[in-house]
Design a protein around this ligand. Structure first.
Ligand code: NAP
Length: 643
């Protein structure tokens, strides 16, 4: 395990006893117990009685007795005071063999063996656990000659750039926007916020980044990506305002020919390999609605929110009610004179207490000053509902219920309906907001129970329209029942072209094969989410069938380790290209389709981007996080042709 360079704990050096005790009083007891046990091995911490509690929808455990909480806080305060008095020097993190027990103490049950490696990585004690360690020293000439182009400086592209830089491999990044951040650079609509806890959403090397919210706003996420680019000095290798138009494989030279378009027009680059870091929720999906071009007010897609827009006193129509629409409407309703929400399909809503709240300053103080606090908090966020959580995605053939697919799924639906009832108190509105599809067959929407889409719908200045859109005209929208809704602004919260992976780039592989053609019959596919047969030295960081098993940064990190091991083989063995074999590509894809057919996204009541018109999913992965880790950290070179 790498010894980690930590920020100097300056606050602690100057802290008085009251500050320490106040901060410790805000600590999560389970986290405090685990890290203190890891640091000290104090056996008193292992024999503490626990009780079951619910945090939001998640069933977890907490200390059963206040006396034990007081004992723990006393021990933690004493530890910090004595650490302060000793001068806050370098500190050991306890033996590695103790980690499984410490982490098990945190979650209140033994962590399964199969989960341990993943969970220890997620503790982020080693921020470079998902980096390449060369198996042998590479030949400097071969290393110098090998170049990689990364498309996109979002979360995935930045990590790939950083890892290549650390490995000494030459790379350059082409980014269409003027700044880094990808999705978070583009999605600046009011209310935009991540729905995975930030501590688990960001990279393992970002564990010490100060997150002011448990769930980051788009501004905070943007700050994180700017921090990554600056902290690791990545900007010099990024060409901004430049878009990749096409990639063409040159078999003779084993190079990709890359046409890019930027401020100085089109130009052509060449590199040995290409890594696509473009997201699949990236290109806006603009609907085709009769008359939309005749509208004389302003209109835009949520991912193109104009800077400096003043919505105060405006009449606004929002078309689309996925995660984006449900996040946006309550914020618009605070300032607009009227918001008309056009909903075709309602979404399941999951209330998470504190979803929009800031992290208390005492907790942030602990992140900075209590050794291992940020690490164990990250692990707690990642572990979430536990390793068996993905079972909620499985269709249980023996489960008999008209609305849901398994017992956990029914519990989730019942809780959501109870929340709808408690908020709306109006059976008609509850009915309008109750989806037909089972929960988890589409992305559920996390909301803050204090103020969310349901509160917005109860406001006098918000109207919900559920009978469709007949047409748009000069002054507004005519609904399916002929009712007019005149507005100043139309916002399209209509999602993304999620099935058009790598769109609109033209990608031509070996023997002149177009990627578009290969995927035309039954949608986008990839081997292990990242490689395509006939397209050598090309990897996608969040390609087809990657969504669901792991949070996105973990997927990016593991895919980057996978592809770097492939590149390592090329450089060490003096080879020119690596490509997945046709039979391995199809074997993997048959398995993916077979397993996905038993998942909840295959439910016929679900109509969303998790299922495609081809009768399969191109976005979802049927594997657990451990299976994904195994598949990506250990390439099966027998499946690859290296020449
Ligand atoms: P989305 O889930 O695809 O929702 C698009 C919405 O637009 C749906 O309500 C859809 O209705 C509607 N729509 C599409 N075409 C339409 C048309 N022609 N007429 C009327 N309505 C139309 O898109 P999204 O809300 O932008 O979310 C996309 C994904 O981004 C999410 O699933 C999530 O992964 C991510 N996201 C995450 C967060 C977060 O982290 N909190 C926030 C926002 C987005 P139908 O359902 O009837 O098709």
């Amino acid at each position: 395990m790498t010894v980690v360079e930590r920020p100097v704990r300056l606050d602690l050096l100057g802290a008085n006893d009251e500050t320490i005790e106040d901060a410790v009083g805000h600590a999560d007891s389970m986290v405090l117990r685990a890290l203190l046990y890891q640091l000290t091995g104090d056996a008193d911490l292992t024999a503490i009685e626990l009780k079951k509690v619910k945090v939001g929808r998640i069933e977890t455990v907490a200390f059963a007795n206040e006396a034990d909480v007081a004992m723990l806080r006393r021990k933690a305060s004493d530890f910090l005071k004595s650490y302060r008095d000793s001068g806050v020097g370098a500190i050991g993190y306890g033996p590695r063999e103790r980690l499984p027990e410490s982490m098990s103490l945190l979650v209140g049950h033994p962590i399964k063996d199969e989960a341990l490696d993943l969970m220890i990585e997620e503790l982020a004690l080693d921020p470079w656990a998902r980096s390449l360690t060369w198996k042998a020293k590479p030949d400097s000439k071969r290393l110098e000659d090998f170049t990689i182009t990364i498309i996109g400086a979002g979360m995935g592209g930045l990590n790939a750039a950083l890892q290549l830089k650390r490995a000494g491999i030459r790379y350059s990044v082409i980014e269409k926007n003027p700044g880094v951040g990808g999705t978070w650079y583009e999605n600046r609509y009011p209310g935009a916020r991540v729905d995975t806890p930030s501590r688990a959403y960001m990279n393992i090397f970002g564990v010490d980044f100060p997150y002011p919210y448990t769930y980051g706003t788009h501004e905070e996420n943007q700050k994180y990506f700017d921090w990554v680019a600056d902290r690791f000095d990545l900007r010099d290798n990024i060409t901004f305002n430049t878009e990749v138009r096409s990639l063409t494989w040159d078999e003779k030279d084993a190079m990709w020919v890359i046409v890019v378009s930027g401020p100085e027009g089109e130009r052509t680059l060449r590199s040995n390999a290409v890594i696509s870091g473009v997201g699949f929720l990236n290109r806006p999906n603009m609907p085709s609605i009769a008359g939309m071009e005749s509208f004389e007010g302003r209109s835009w897609h949520t991912a193109r929110w104009p800077a400096e827009t003043d919505i105060r006193g405006k009449r606004i129509a929002v078309i689309g009610t996925g995660c984006t629409g449900y996040q946006l409407v309550p914020e618009l309703a605070r300032e607009a004179s009227h918001v008309t929400v056009f909903q075709r399909t309602p979404q399941w809503i999951t209330p998470v207490p504190g979803y929009t709240s800031k992290i208390p300053p005492q907790t942030l103080w602990l992140d900075r000053n209590l050794p291992l606090h940020a690490n164990f908090m990250r692990f707690r966020s990642f572990y979430g509902a536990g390793p068996d959580f993905t079972k909620i995605f499985e269709i249980d053939p023996d489960f008999d219920d008209p609305y849901t697919c398994n017992a956990a799924n029914k519990a989730s639906r019942d809780a959501s309906i109870a929340f709808l009832n408690s908020k709306l108190c109006d059976p008609k509105l509850v009915e309008a907001m109750t989806p037909n599809h089972p929960p988890w067959s589409a992305r559920p929407v996390i909301v803050d129970p204090e103020y969310c889409i349901l509160d917005a719908l109860l406001r006098d200045n918000v109207t919900l329209v559920t009978n469709g859109i007949d047409r748009i005209d000069r002054t507004g929208i005519v609904a399916g029942d002929g009712t007019r809704h005149d507005v100043d602004i139309i916002v399209y919260a209509t999602g993304f072209r999620a099935h058009d992976f790598l769109y609109p780039m033209k990608i031509t592989g070996r023997d002149g094969k177009a990627l578009e053609e290969l995927w035309a019959d039954d949608g986008a596919r990839a081997y292990r989410g990242c490689m395509v047969a006939g397209f050598p030295n090309l990897w996608m960081l969040y390609g087809p069938n990657t969504n669901g098993g792991l949070p996105v940064s973990q997927f990016h990190e593991m895919t980057t380790v996978y592809l770097m091991q492939c590149i390592e083989r090329l450089i060490l063995d003096g080879k020119r290209c690596v490509e997945v074999k046709d039979d391995a590509y199809w074997r993997y894809n048959r398995l993916i389709d077979e397993l996905n057919a038993k998942k909840i996204w295959a439910d016929p009541r679900a109509h969303n981007y998790w299922w495609s018109k081809h009768g399969r999913t191109v976005s979802q992965i049927p594997f657990t996080g451990y299976e994904v880790r195994d598949m990506l950290l250990r390439p099966d070179f027998a499946d690859l042709e290296i020449r």
